[in-house]
Design a binder for this molecule. Structure first.
Ligand code: HPA
Length: 263
């Protein structure tokens, strides 16, 4: 009989041995172009992983090597706001953990709440506010320590790489909202008063699940727009995708530098 672990490692990926998993957010799917690709599968081949749907999210798991390190890149994710459960949203992270990766890198697109942060740049997540009202650990009675959820050691590595590559990399707190609507200006003022530097609709549940499964976590927000009420234009998904695509080069460079260093 197959064990629970084997269910998450269907035959098609059982031989994969990535050191790191990378979850690619809106507009970042192009990261795989910098990979030396060994194999690609569709999410539909993975039981329990919903095929991601929203524009900019493709639903493929790509196994390959970057800078001499074997990685698995999740191209596209599903979200609570699409009606998926916390378990479904985090299933791809469970697959990455079942492949015995040591770390997971979560990327997303986010609105910026920090006046000092320039749109089009990246923010490394130092901590988060889970404001989705839910958790992938519901029903498990698992009192997980979240006091250093985003690995201080990985943060240090990425900060060093950014400095030496001349890439702007801010650090700050990510607020994870349910969505799918963008926030109101009043909500943004509330989030600012809570200490948030960036706001988005993903990542927090994945970070919780990853920590519960013993993975080290790094998280990055591509600041695609000023948060509601902080810029002059209205918020638009196309704009988010376009800025994400332009900023992707910086993230690819950072990942290459850090992974090479680990290899
Ligand atoms: N709010 C929430 N999610 C987002 C935003 C935003 O301003 N930009 C990109 N994703």
């Amino acid at each position: 009989m197959e064990s629970h672990e084997d269910n998450k490692r269907p035959a098609c990926i059982r031989s994969w041995k990535p050191k790191a998993g990378i979850v690619l957010g809106s507009g970042l799917g192009g990261f795989v172009e910098s990979m030396d690709v060994f194999e690609v599968i569709d999410y539909v081949q993975l039981e329990g992983v919903p095929a991601a749907g929203v524009n900019g999210h493709e639903g493929k798991l790509v196994y390959g090597s970057v800078g001499g390190v074997d990685v698995v890149a999740a191209q596209g994710r599903c979200h609570l706001y699409e009606g998926f459960s916390p378990k479904e949203v985090t299933e791809i992270v469970s697959v990455i953990a079942a492949l015995e990766a040591e770390l997971v890198i979560l990327t997303n697109a986010a609105g910026s709440l920090n006046e000092d942060f320039k749109v089009g740049n990246w923010m490394q997540i130092s901590d988060h506010l889970n404001l989705t009202g839910t958790s992938p650990l519901l029903g498990q009675g698992h009192f997980l320590d979240m006091s250093a959820a985003y690995s201080p050691h990985l943060r240090e590595r990425f900060s060093r790489a950014a400095k030496s590559d001349g890439i702007t990399l801010y650090e700050g707190i990510y607020a994870g909202m349910l969505g799918p609507q963008y926030e109101t200006p009043a909500e943004i003022r509330m989030l600012k008063s809570l200490g948030a530097d960036a706001v988005g609709m993903s990542t927090v549940l994945e970070a919780i699940q990853a920590r519960a499964l013993g993975l080290e976590v790094a998280g990055f927000s591509c600041l695609t727009n000023p948060a509601a009420g902080m810029g002059h234009s209205h918020l638009d998904h196309e704009e988010v995708l376009n800025v994400g695509k332009q900023a992707a080069g910086d993230m690819v460079q950072l990942l290459l530098s850090v992974l090479r260093d680990m290899g």
